[in-house]
Write a protein that binds this ligand. Structure first.
Ligand SMILES: Nc1ncnc2c1ncn2[C@@H]1O[C@H](COP(=O)(O)OP(=O)(O)O)[C@@H](O)[C@H]1O
Ligand SMILES: [Mg+2]
Length: 396
């Protein structure tokens, strides 16, 4: 693909940036499009993964067929098999008639399975089969059906972890991973940050009849050196907020564009320090002083961290147990003391409690609606289900 073609592609899909890794991702998408290879898209949340499967579909011979995008993390575990593969009437309470699943609906087309790491094991087996030979069976049926679907999957970095923990089938991983397209994080393409900022500011200004915002060199450097845990999605949010607030603050009729200094931009960029301890830094705006995106990024970080700590904890415990059992067998009383001590605020427990509390608060705010709470926090519904199950277990 020459540079003109690449630029045309970016224009068509409203993609901004000159980063080589991003361009490589786009070129790979176009190159594999005409094949029927399964593609795995990887990259942190908010990097811009969603456009890749659309490009693949539209550059393929399947472009006249259906394109369906499914978020595996948003479908409850109990219904996911039926959603993907369909069910027959009477196969479970509420199955009042036969239903086609996405694999049947997308016959001849493309299925984009987002958050693939969230698939339950049983569903993974069914997916592997349909990838291997196009065969599937509806829930409650014994009839094998055929379909011709090209699968594109996406995941944030968590799939490797799921693999290591045995929660994701290795054979399925290799099957999905025939081609991998990596979308770089925003902090890996610093030179695109200001381009993106200007694009989002001018799009917003145009739509809302406001003035665009540009930045001084020092302000640009502030933007470039921030870590952007929520990637392009977070940058878009901040650019829009800045444009909305700062362009109305400028004197009417002053200039067409507003240029912000570093000091004027700084209040919109979260402190790196706040990212670690947002609850400890209430601001004049009240609450945590974080915008929605930052809250989401924080909650995701804390959930991830909590999981990491849990795993580490388990590993350390296993090693310690193996050691102490060999040396001095532990009395039950001593083990109890240890449990009590751990509950008094070791970091892992505190982190888990903080993330549980955030989830509970969000659920309260949304009257128990898990979907809305998950959306607000920017985590998958499945994560909330898991957390709830765990909390229940711990209470019991
Ligand atoms: N290079 C880019 N140019 C313009 N907009 C982008 C770019 N990358 C991402 N975006 C925008 O950022 C937001 C997040 O992208 P999305 O594809 O939803 O992220 P992901 O699926 O990786 O979580 C979307 O609004 C998307 O349009
Ligand atoms: Mg996405």
């Amino acid at each position: 693909m020459d540079s003109q073609e690449l630029q045309r592609l970016k224009n068509k899909y409203d993609i901004v940036g000159n980063d080589a890794a991003l361009s490589h991702a786009l070129e790979t998408a176009v190159a594999v499009a005409p094949t029927d290879l399964t593609v795995l898209i990887t990259g942190e949340s908010g990097v811009g993964k969603d456009v890749i499967p659309q490009i693949i579909h539209q550059f393929s011979r399947r472009k006249t067929g259906k394109y369906l995008a499914i978020n595996c993390g948003a479908i409850p575990e109990g219904t996911i098999n039926s959603e993907l593969f369909g069910h027959v009437k009477g196969s479970f309470t509420g199955a009042v008639e036969d239903r086609k699943g996405y694999f049947e609906m997308a016959d001849g087309g493309t299925l984009f399975l987002d958050e693939i790491g969230e698939l339950p094991k049983e569903t993974q087996a069914m997916l592997l089969r349909v990838l291997q030979n196009g065969e599937f069976i509806k829930v409650g049926s014994s009839k094998v059906q055929k379909t011709d679907v090209r699968v594109i999957a996406a995941t944030n970095i968590s799939l490797r972890t799921a693999l290591q923990r045995g929660e994701f089938r290795e054979d399925l991983y290799y099957r999905l991973n025939a081609v991998q397209i990596m979308v770089p994080s925003l902090r890996e393409r610093k030179d695109d940050i200001y381009l993106l900022f200007r694009k989002f500011s001018s799009d917003f200004a145009e739509k809302n009849n406001a003035r665009k915002v540009s930045l001084s060199l020092e302000a640009i450097s502030l933007l470039k050196n921030y870590r952007w845990p929520g990637n392009v999605r977070q940058l878009k949010n901040i650019a829009e907020t800045v444009t909305a607030l700062e362009s109305s603050r400028a004197l009417p009729g002053a200039t067409e564009r507003v240029e912000l200094s570093r000091e004027q931009l700084a209040p919109y960029i979260p402190d790196e320090h706040d990212e670690l301890l947002p609850m400890a830094a209430p601001s004049q705006t009240g609450g945590t002083g974080l915008n929605d995106d930052e809250k989401r990024a924080f909650v995701q970080a804390i959930v991830d961290l909590g999981q990491k700590v849990e795993r580490l904890e388990a590993r350390v415990k296993a090693v310690e147990e193996a050691r102490s059992e060999a040396a001095f067998p532990q009395s039950p009383a001593a083990a109890d003391d240890e449990a009590e001590w751990q509950d008094q605020g070791t970091p892992e427990i505190t982190i888990r409690k903080a993330s549980d509390a955030l989830i509970q608060k969000a659920l309260e705010r949304h009257g128990g609606n898990i979907k809305e709470a998950a959306e607000e926090l920017g985590i998958s519904e499945r994560t909330i289900y898991r957390k709830l199950a765990k909390m229940k277990e711990e209470k019991a």
